[in-house]
Write a protein that binds this ligand. Structure first.
Ligand SMILES: [Zn+2]
Length: 98
């Protein structure tokens, strides 16, 4: 049985379409295309620090018990750790107890 090659999943962002998406790459040199416009000019690796209001709304829904944690991860496209950290901070911001 052959060993599975580790896959690299990298998040990219298209500045034209304002969408982010994951690309699974086996080869670094492979050109990254935006799934929406099919172009690669506006593609940049995706680094985000600040949470948008839309993302915080989803997080608030989770804090209120309206959606599952997985929904936050899925909807924001952020890592589980990032969502956990932001949740703790959000709870403090709201003045709630964790
Ligand atoms: Zn695009």
């Amino acid at each position: 049985m052959s060993e599975k090659k580790p896959r690299r999943v990298t998040r990219y962002y298209c500045h034209d379409c304002k969408v982010s998406f994951n690309i699974i790459t086996w080869f670094e040199q492979r050109r990254k295309y935006c799934p929406k416009c099919g172009d690669y000019y506006a593609i940049k690796p995706y680094f985000r620090n600040g949470w948008s209001q839309k993302e915080i709304d989803i997080l608030d829904q989770y804090i209120r018990g309206e959606v599952k944690f997985y929904t936050v991860v899925e909807q924001t496209g952020r890592s589980i750790d990032a969502c956990r950290r932001r949740k703790s901070r959000r709870i403090r911001e709201l003045g709630l107890k964790e």
